[in-house]
Design a protein around this ligand. Structure first.
Ligand code: GLY
Length: 463
């Protein structure tokens, strides 16, 4: 937990941004896996963590914007809990540790909210993503669970996004720790990517590295020699010489801050010349983002510039043709990169995605581009100092997509289909780093950049 002044300051800034009423921030409860007492690993709600810091199930926080009062609702443990779990701090002690003086049993939350509503006051809440909290809001406020999300407060969403988007120094420290675990996960994956090894073994190994720090993975590991499938969670293959293994994985540290890296490595430790050529195009695209991302530039612009680097590289390899700027404007490059350059990262690996991606990645000035590929860009708006984002260009040869575009005669002026067809057995490459926007530019997060050049990767794999 951070010092309590961090949470006091965040709540004060949130109250300043709100026009009035009560702000309800629900924590998460335990989630049973197969019976009540056998639960999934507890994951606190990120906004509750941000404002109230308590990584325990069954809490809610309330801010009275008008009076400035703050409350934590939760239940003290009983003797049965103490017998099974050991002594636990009281709700009062926990709340005091994050600077909140007023506490009450959870059962009193509904009464306070109903009284506020009866007095004509607005109760602001964030869109719930767990069914438990949808049902809870139905109980607390009488809004049907099926329509609860529609009643979430846009004013609160925008205020929370405004605060959480700009990372404080203490948050950067936590993200850096998660990145350092990510470094270990990825270098271990590199060292084990040998012919005959099952993908699942490596996926489990790197998940274990996160667990060995008391952490967990920040999302289910994506690891496959079929890297052309963007989010491949099937780890059933045995690695083969001549293929590449794509690993997209990160850690979520003890304070729930995340990392998210992708590396693509040649099974057995040496790239062949065709792999090396495409790899260096993706690497140039990744480096381009770091070179041009800075405060004041939109990430949509960075995305499009990176796509031009990709298209130019593929043109040099004879896979694309024609004018590169026109090809990217038309969307022809999306055959190879049908996703966006990156997303915000912080307490969530896709930071604040529960609040609505449109509010996190876009604003009145920067609107999404509705074109295949670029429409998947989660983060487009103008960058500010303190933003943490991923930089993750890729190049994939997706046989079904190639066949479909070819059959439809799409972008024939920009795509050399005959040559592209010869790459249908290639797979896919993605190279992802986590970057911090700093004055005048951007920098990598993590004490060391995970090996990324051909030489660095081969050296790590053959250590
Ligand atoms: N790295 C996984 C994702 O961004 O969804």
């Amino acid at each position: 937990m951070f010092d309590k002044q961090v949470y006091i300051g965040r709540r004060a800034r949130l109250r300043e941004k709100m026009s009035g009423g009560l702000v309800l921030i629900l924590g998460n409860g335990e989630a049973p896996a197969n019976y009540t007492d056998n639960t999934y690993k507890f994951r606190q709600d990120s906004s509750f963590l941000y404002f109230f810091g308590l990584n325990h199930p069954g809490f809610a926080g309330v801010l009275d914007v008008d009076s400035g009062e703050e409350f934590v609702f939760g239940n003290d443990v009983d003797m049965d809990d103490i017998i099974w779990m050991g002594p636990q701090p009281s709700v009062k002690e926990l709340a005091a540790s994050v600077g909140v003086a007023k506490t009450a049993p959870f059962a009193q939350l509904g009464g306070m909210l109903k009284q506020a509503v009866a007095a004509g006051r607005r109760v602001h809440f964030l869109p719930p993503y767990r069914f438990r909290n949808m049902l809870l809001i139905e109980d607390l406020l009488g809004i049907r669970h099926s329509v609860v999300k529609e009643h979430a407060s846009l004013e609160l969403i925008k205020a929370v996004v405004g605060l959480r988007s700009v990372k404080e120094a203490c948050e950067i420290e936590e993200i850096t720790k998660a990145c350092n675990i990510g470094y270990e996960m990825h270098t271990a994956a590199m060292r084990h990517a040998k012919p005959g090894v099952k993908e699942q073994y490596i996926a489990g190994l790197i998940e274990g590295i996160a667990a060995s720090y008391g952490s967990m993975v920040s999302f289910p590991v994506i690891l496959s020699q079929n890297g052309q499938t963007l989010h491949n969670h099937d780890h059933s293959q045995v690695l083969q010489e001549g293929r590449m293994m794509l690993t997209d994985a990160g850690a979520e540290g003890n304070m729930c801050y995340c990392s998210d890296f992708t590396r693509t490595v040649p099974v057995g430790g040496r790239f062949n010349s065709r792999q090396k050529e495409v790899y260096n195009v993706v690497l140039a695209a990744n480096n381009k983002a770091i070179e041009i991302a800075k405060p004041g530039v939109t990430y949509q612009h960075v995305h499009l510039e990176v796509c031009k680097v990709l298209a130019q590289g593929l043109k040099d390899l004879g896979l694309m043709k024609g004018n590169v700027d026109e090809a990217v404007a038309a969307g022809a490059h999306a055959l190879f990169m049908p996703h966006g350059l990156g997303h915000m990262m912080g307490l969530d690996v896709h930071d604040m995605e529960d609040l609505g991606q449109i509010y996190v990645g876009y604003d009145d000035e920067t609107r999404p581009i509705n074109q295949f590929g670029t429409s998947s860009l989660r983060m487009g708006r103008r960058l500010q100092e303190g933003f943490v984002i991923t930089d993750e260009p890729g190049c994939y040869f997706i046989p079904a997509l190639i066949d479909q575009w070819r059959a439809q005669g799409l972008y024939k002026e920009f795509l050399n289909y005959d040559r592209i067809d010869t790459y249908k057995d290639f797979g896919g490459i993605r190279l992802e780093d986590d970057i911090l926007i700093v004055p005048g530019g951007s920098r990598f997060l993590g004490d060391k950049r995970t090996p990324i050049t051909v030489e660095e990767v081969e050296a790590m794999m053959n250590e």
